[in-house]
Ligand binder design. Structure first.
Ligand SMILES: Nc1nc2c(ncn2[C@@H]2O[C@H](COP(=O)(O)OP(=O)(O)O)[C@@H](O)[C@H]2O)c(=O)[nH]1
Ligand SMILES: [Mg+2]
Length: 493
């Protein structure tokens, strides 16, 4: 429990309607009350601590040391364990001028309060047991999120679901350990043989649950950063033109000269609340130009790192050669990457223009559309999306990108689905590392169980697994383990 009292501005220090100042600490009320005069029916007057109602917004004057008004403020008091930090605290709303904030903060220092360190309110909430470590991380992620997906993911991690999920796993581990420790302390003669089958099954279940939890991270990662999408294809196919059209910006150079784009250019793109990181790349062909070759190597690397590769082929080129090129590009892509094949420049011929006029169709509908024969002639794989488009007409492409996003989001959701998938997910590499550590320990324990190893060896892996889960969330009480051992065994027999 902290003994000092701190304050900080809880919003950016710019000009705006209001500024919110947070104050927290065991003496925060006592220290602030002398500088506050509260509005009453007869004007403004001081209030004693006992007359304050928590969680009520008071209109008050904030006074300097001479009793002159610094600003009109609204103050809300929060009491002890029912506050965010778990200690007495206040929220003061002043007018949103940095000059007012400077004087107000200097007054707070004069009253004996000190400046809070970054994250100190959340840290105090953690130390006072109001949040676990993962919830604290979720709050940071919620504030830092740069995508709508990231906001949703972080928001879903601010509650106690992950804590409950790990609690269940810990309970299983404690049960296993209780069995093992009984063997270690009292031996088979006193407590009977170790129920190997049950202990092994329990370790297996924990290992599976941890694996599922681990997978939940890949989904949240993708939602947090956006779908990595690379435009790939031969030079002059119209990749850079599509890049600009999708961004509605003249971002990269477009030219009829082949081999214009060299570097990978990435931009964030949001379509219908779905976030993408879109990359334009150098056109793929064999070349003598060393610089262009370097660009092409980067294209390949970018494609391999992407979640979705959009292969752009030009309707100007003969279909047979495009089809051959498509095969070559596909061969070099890892099988797991999603693919969308785009036939660009469809505005150039009457035949292709008709395709652009086709109403948007669902993936199922695709099979019946006029796009199907073309799709077949190009040799677009069954599981890839196919879209005819032109730089002036990217509606179909936008829809395809959204479709790919939803599909990938669903797939990774399925990965992470388990009996109680609703309960918590991982949102940071730190959390994932702890879960991997825990899983490796329990897998080792499982292996030792299968070999019918000494209970001491298995127990030591189980302890290490518990430790990793403790580190994931914060601490656990050792008594918890002993209570469980003695309550679930009739040791005196
Ligand atoms: N008619 C037409 N021309 C296009 C279209 N997209 C690109 N182009 C032209 O094709 C040439 C190459 O385009 P660019 O986007 O630089 O291709 P990249 O090499 O694949 O990046 C440029 O002259 C563009 O103006 C399109 O949809 N329709
Ligand atoms: Mg280009």
């Amino acid at each position: 429990m902290s003994t000092d009292n701190v304050f900080a501005l809880a919003c950016p220090n710019g000009r705006g309607a209001l500024h919110l100042h947070r104050v927290s600490g065991p003496q925060s009320w006592d220290l602030c009350l002398p500088s506050l005069h509260f509005r009453t029916a007869y004007g403004f007057s001081p209030k004693a601590k006992k007359d304050i109602t928590p969680r009520r917004a008071y209109h008050a004057l904030f006074l300097d040391e001479k009793g002159s008004t610094l600003d009109d403020v609204v103050v809300t008091f929060y009491q002890g364990s029912s506050s965010f930090t778990g200690e007495d605290s206040l929220e003061i709303t002043s007018h949103g001028n940095p000059l007012i904030t400077v004087t107000l903060h200097s007054r707070l220092r004069g009253l004996g309060l000190s400046d809070a360190k970054p994250g100190e309110f959340t840290h105090r909430a953690f130390l006072n047991g109001k949040l676990d470590l993962c919830q604290a991380e979720a709050i940071a992620a919620l504030i830092d999120a740069e995508t709508m997906g990231g906001v949703k993911v972080a928001r879903g991690a601010t509650d106690e679901r992950l804590a409950k999920r790990t609690q269940k796993l810990r309970a299983s581990l404690i049960e296993v350990r209780a069995q093992l420790e009984a063997q270690i302390d009292f031996g088979e003669d006193d407590v009977g043989a170790l129920p190997w089958e049950a202990v092994t099954a329990q370790c297996r279940e924990v290992s599976q649950q941890l694996h599922t939890l681990e997978l939940s991270f890949s989904r949240t990662q993708f939602l947090q950063r956006g779908l990595r999408t690379a435009l790939v294809g031969p030079p002059n196919a119209g990749k850079s033109s599509l890049f600009n059209s999708l961004l509605r910006d003249d971002r990269v150079i477009v030219s009829a000269q082949a081999g214009t784009t060299r570097d990978v250019v990435k931009e964030r793109l949001a379509i219908a609340q779905r976030d993408f990181v879109l990359a334009d790349t150098a056109g793929v062909r064999s070349t003598e130009d060393t610089l262009e070759a370097l660009g092409i190597a980067r294209t390949q690397k970018e494609a391999e790192l992407s979640d979705l590769v959009v292969i752009v082929l030009s309707a100007e080129e003969p279909l047979d050669s495009s089809s051959q090129l498509l095969r070559q590009i596909l061969q070099r892509l890892p099988a797991a990457i999603s693919v969308c094949v785009v036939l660009s420049k469809c505005d150039l011929s009457e035949e292709h223009r008709k395709l652009l006029a086709e109403p948007p169709l669902s993936r199922e509908g695709n099979r019946r559309s006029a796009w199907v024969p073309l799709r077949k002639r190009l040799g677009v794989p069954e599981k890839a999306l196919f879209v005819p488009c032109a730089q002036e007409n990217v509606d179909h492409l936008q829809q395809a990108l959204c479709g790919a996003y939803d599909e990938l989001s669903q797939q990774s959701g399925e990965h992470s689905s388990s009996r109680d998938d609703s309960s918590g997910h991982l949102i940071s590499q730190r959390q994932r590392d702890e879960v991997v550590r825990a899983r490796k320990c329990v897998e080792q324990a499982l292996k030792l169980c299968e070999q019918r190893a000494y209970p001491e060896m298995i127990a030591s892996e189980i302890i290490a697994c518990e430790q990793a889960l403790e580190d994931l969330m914060g601490r656990i009480d050792v008594d918890e383990i002993f209570n469980n051992i003695f309550s679930s065994f009739c040791i005196g027999k």
